[in-house]
Design a protein around this ligand. Structure first.
Ligand SMILES: Nc1nc2c(ncn2[C@@H]2O[C@H](COP(=O)(O)OP(=O)(O)OP(=O)(O)O)[C@@H](O)[C@H]2O)c(=O)[nH]1
Ligand SMILES: [Mg+2]
Length: 458
């Protein structure tokens, strides 16, 4: 079993503009590698090689003809106390695109290679400063759209997820060793590890892993936002409700049934979360091709929605029973609209847990609707565990699922008395899958694909 990082890539001094493109107060050019100090010395007016680690210096950057480019601040961070674990120099220049490109140009001319996307983080990973899950958390942090996404990414960066994965690895390794002993000494009476105990232990670990797995849906919603679709028959007031929730006239509203033909999308923030609202075409039997296409899109939107507001017109007696039937019950709120026009809504039994009465016109009932949305997103079980570590990355989820599956096979194998060799094979599989999450057992191709999704300069 090898839980060690691979050997670092061939040492190469790299440089990139680490700040976003465009104009700003300052831009930062980052240089990392064993030649970082020497490269910086060639483009800076002061004696960089004599600068102490973690100090800041004012001076000028110059090109290879000693022409001044810009007044800058230069930061030196010597190995191993830097993000990458290598000698690192940061040059803070004025934030114009041209100025920063000129400084970077001088740095490259002085001997640094242009950094590939994510190469600084890759170096940090290769040098053992962070593991893979932590490296990915940096991306999560950069792309965080809300408070929860930021917190989840920070926890992952601090190693909370990695710690959990490592504890799974450690516990499974113990069992793996016992299984190996069974393979090597099948005739021995292994009293130190009764069969039933081993199975019980494995089931316990499996359950904890499954709990972590279950956080993915929540984690993804936090990370990417919640998709919320407004669905219903024509003219029930879906577009009106969309506009009322947004607080502005986003979608066209009219008394003509079939007004909305395409999906209309907009963003809404709700208690720190990012909601993607989608207004859809009213669903009804139709022979008109444009409307038919709209309805097809509506059905797709239902499939990819985290939550659906199923809107019903409270002034109508007849409702589409077939539509009610196909609504996914576990993620649907029935919304009786136009309650300003009548006193009591129809006595229609609906198969949904959440039923709310509103008026898109007067705004009545909207606060209750928002509270209901909020409570479903956070769910009873989740609000209690808001601080628990959460899976936010698809790659981690896939690996964890594969690990759980492998453990299931181990448990099954033990229960049916399959040969110990097969069981240890599956056990090894589970450990490898866990390893891929934090990067202890991972191929170069996977690494390249992960880090290439990073921004240049990170
Ligand atoms: N009185 C009242 N009228 C409403 C309310 N909500 C919507 N309406 C009216 O109902 C009609 C249809 O509203 P829309 O929002 O266009 O309905 P829709 O569900 O988007 O309709 P389609 O896009 O055709 O499927 C419009 O005339 C709205 O003004 C409400 O809460 N109260
Ligand atoms: Mg509409």
């Amino acid at each position: 079993m090898h839980f060690v990082h691979r050997t670092p890539v061939a040492d190469k001094t790299i440089a990139a503009i680490a700040t976003p493109p465009g104009e700003g107060g300052i831009a930062i050019i980052r240089i990392s590698g064993s030649d970082a100090i020497a490269v910086a010395a060639k483009v800076f007016s002061g004696p960089v090689s004599r600068f102490k680690s973690h100090t800041v210096h004012f001076g000028q950057t110059v090109d290879d003809t000693s022409q001044k480019i810009d007044d800058v601040l230069l930061l030196v961070m010597r190995a191993p106390k830097s993000f990458t674990g290598e000698d690192t120099v940061e040059i803070h220049c004025h934030g114009g695109r041209y100025v920063s490109q000129r400084v970077l140009g001088a740095v490259l001319k002085a001997g640094a290679a242009p950094a590939a996307p994510g190469e600084f983080s890759l170096k940090a990973f290769m040098n053992g400063k962070i593991d893979l899950a932590q490296a990915e958390a940096i991306q999560g942090l950069i792309h965080a759209k809300n408070e929860y996404a930021m917190r989840a990414a920070q926890e992952q960066l601090e190693g909370v997820l990695s710690h959990k994965i490592r504890s799974f690895q450690q516990e499974l390794t113990k069992t793996y060793a016992i299984l190996e002993a069974w393979v090597d000494f099948p005739e021995e009476d292994l009293e130190f590890a009764p069969f039933g105990e081993v199975i019980k232990e494995l089931m316990g670990i499996r359950d904890t892993m499954a709990k972590l797995y279950a956080t993915f849906h929540q984690g993804r919603m936090i990370q990417e936002g919640v998709q919320l679709s407004l669905v219903g028959s024509p003219n029930v007031g879906k577009s009106s409700l969309m506009n009322a929730l947004l607080g502005h006239e986003r979608a066209i509203v009219s008394p003509i049934a079939g007004t909305t033909r395409d999906l209309v999308e907009d963003d809404l923030r709700l208690s720190g979360l990012h909601l993607r609202l989608i207004d859809t075409a009213g669903i009804r039997e139709t022979s008109e091709c444009i409307e038919e296409e709209g309805i097809k899109r509506t059905k797709k939107a239902i499939d990819r929605s985290d939550l659906i507001l199923f809107v019903l017109d409270a002034t109508q007696e007849a409702h589409d029973a077939a539509l009610i039937e196909v609504m996914p019950r576990d993620r649907c709120i029935a919304v009786w609209n136009k309650m300003d026009l009548i006193r009591n809504r129809p006595e229609l039994p609906l198969p949904f847990t959440h039923i709310v009465e509103v008026s898109a016109t007067t705004g009545m009932g909207l606060p209750t609707l928002l509270e209901t949305i909020d409570s479903i997103i956070w769910g009873q079980q989740v609000s209690a565990e808001k601080d628990e570590v959460m899976l936010t990355c698809y790659r981690h989820k896939e690996s964890l699922a594969a690990a759980i599956q492998a453990i299931d096979k181990v448990i099954q194998g033990l229960q049916t008395g399959i040969s110990a060799e097969f069981v240890t094979f599956d056990m090894r599989e589970a450990l490898v899958e866990l390893g891929t999450i934090i990067g202890t057992d991972i191929g170069e191709d996977v690494l390249t694909s992960i880090f290439s999704q990073f921004c240049i300069g990170k």
